[in-house]
Design a protein around this ligand. Structure first.
Ligand code: PLP
Length: 455
């Protein structure tokens, strides 16, 4: 009987709420968590997940939710895709760990080949696997220093690159993420990120950021860092944590030109925006740029902990055995999950992300007219941000209203996350269909109308 109910709820594509939220079992988990877990996490609402299938998550009380958060843009192929599960199970029964630092196993160079072949640019490339996004950034920074023999970095306000000390030195998203941790890496300078919606110079998406590039060349390079001391410029082509803001195409192209001119490495952080999420393997492909180093994690292994950085072979070949390593990075089980994930992204989900992203954005095109608290709807593929403002004219950020929308959506069975100060982020698994997209839009519209009444 229970099995029948469970099977049924797992198969459904849309949510079904059975209890008040949180339900009795969820409440107990939340209480235990408060007692024993680090309080540094930021839980927006009390979802206590039990199982997931496709784009649907079931909680411990049997409630099901439509997941437009995907574990922070991680479950690219949905929850527990049968092909990913099969790959994990098969590998776990054969070899769980070996450590690529010391020995070889077949799947490691196999995944490396598959991954480097997705990265734009004719030059040969090589990969290094990590356990997380922050470690991919950490490794990319170390490689940049090693290869260039320079030690300075330039990063952008609003960007998030992780929380380990090196990556945190680049992260400039929210001050709470840095507060209390003392001095970070020296030699990191931040400059503004081009945000067309809030462009200080009134530019459109085509031209926003021209003044930032001028500041880089005329101020930073003249008064702070000689460009010959700069190892790398690190940027997210689409800011994730910072609010789903896309850098204009010309801006990324100019940044690449500046890097090339001064022998500075151009590092693209695609931990969130990569792996098919925007309809191409990498968001930066939309801008026609070629990174020197690119980082990945999140969606690469459908939820198994894996990150990577890929560099031109001429850069990666500079460091010597022993200069960088890892015990777990590129673990066989994670690699098996990644191989299955990348197959699915290649054959189905990259295209579905493009198609469903267009579908959603077309339907949301009139939201700034329809809702006075929606300041901007933006994104590419299944990386969509809805910026919530107090007043469309002043663009005052309305964090409280955004939070109210995120919370109300949960209580109606839709999981979404915030990003930046006041943006609702839509980052569903790449397999959603039109019925699920329509459901999510209907719920979000209801929540926005409710929040509007409080404005
Ligand atoms: C663009 C970007 N870089 C790096 C990271 C850090 O990844 P992780 O949390 O796996 O360390 C994140 C995580 O949100 C991210 O979005």
């Amino acid at each position: 009987m229970i099995a029948t109910t469970e099977t049924k709820s797992r198969e459904t594509k849309l949510p079904r709420l059975l209890t008040q939220l949180p339900g009795p079992k969820a409440k107990r988990v939340v209480e235990q968590d408060a007692k024993f877990m680090s309080p540094s996490f930021t839980r927006d609402y009390p979802l206590v997940a039990k199982r997931g299938h496709g784009a649907v998550v079931e909680d411990v009380d049997g409630n099901t939710f439509l997941d437009f958060a995907a574990g922070i843009a991680v479950c690219s192929t949905g929850h527990c895709h049968p092909k990913v599960v099969e790959a994990i199970q098969k590998q776990a029964a054969e070899l769980i760990h070996m450590s690529g630092t010391d020995f070889y196993y077949e799947s490691l160079p196999q995944l490396a080949e598959k991954l480097v072949n997705t990265v734009p640019g004719a030059d040969p490339k090589k990969a290094f696997f990590t356990n997380s996004g922050t470690e991919a950034i950490e490794g990319a920074m170390k490689l940049a220093r090693y290869a260039t023999k320079r030690d300075k970095f330039i990063a952008f306000y609003g960007c998030f690159h992780g929380r380990t000390m090196g990556a945190l030195s680049l992260t400039a998203s929210k001050s709470t993420q840095r507060k209390g941790f003392g001095a970070l890496l020296a030699g990191v300078e931040h400059i503004p990120y081009p945000n067309a919606y809030r462009c200080a110079h009134g530019h459109t998406t085509e031209t926003c950021g021209a003044e930032i590039l001028e500041t880089l060349e005329r101020q930073i390079f003249k008064r702070l860092f000689d460009p010959e001391e700069v190892a790398a410029i690190v940027i997210e082509p689409i800011q994730g944590e910072g609010g789903y803001v896309s850098a204009p195409k010309f801006f990324l192209q100019e940044l690449q030109r500046i890097c090339r001119q001064h022998g500075i490495l151009f590092i693209l952080d695609e931990v969130q925006s990569g792996m098919g999420r925007t309809g191409k393997w990498w968001a930066s492909e939309h801008a026609g740029i070629e990174p020197d180093i690119i980082t990945s994690a999140k969606g690469i292994a459908s939820g198994m902990p894996l990150g990577a950085f890929v560099a031109r072979a001429s850069i990666m070949n500079t460091w010597k055995p022993g200069s960088h390593g890892t015990t777990f990075g590129g673990n066989p089980v994670c690699v098996a999950a990644a191989l299955a994930t990348m197959d699915l992204i290649e054959t189905e989900y990259k295209e579905n992300a493009r198609r469903m992203g267009d579908y959603l954005l077309t339907k949301m095109a009139d939201w700034t007219k329809k809702f006075k608290i929606v300041g901007d709807v933006r994104g590419r593929g299944l990386m969509i941000g809805v910026e919530i403002v107090r007043d469309q004219r002043t663009k005052e950020e309305a964090a409280d209203l955004r939070n109210a929308i995120v919370d109300a959506a949960f209580h109606k069975g839709l999981l979404v996350l915030g990003a930046g100060a006041n943006t609702v982020r839509l980052s569903p698994p790449l397999l959603i269909d039109e019925e699920q997209a329509d459901f999510a839009l209907r719920i979000l519209e209801e929540c926005i109308v409710e929040a509007q009444k409080k404005a």
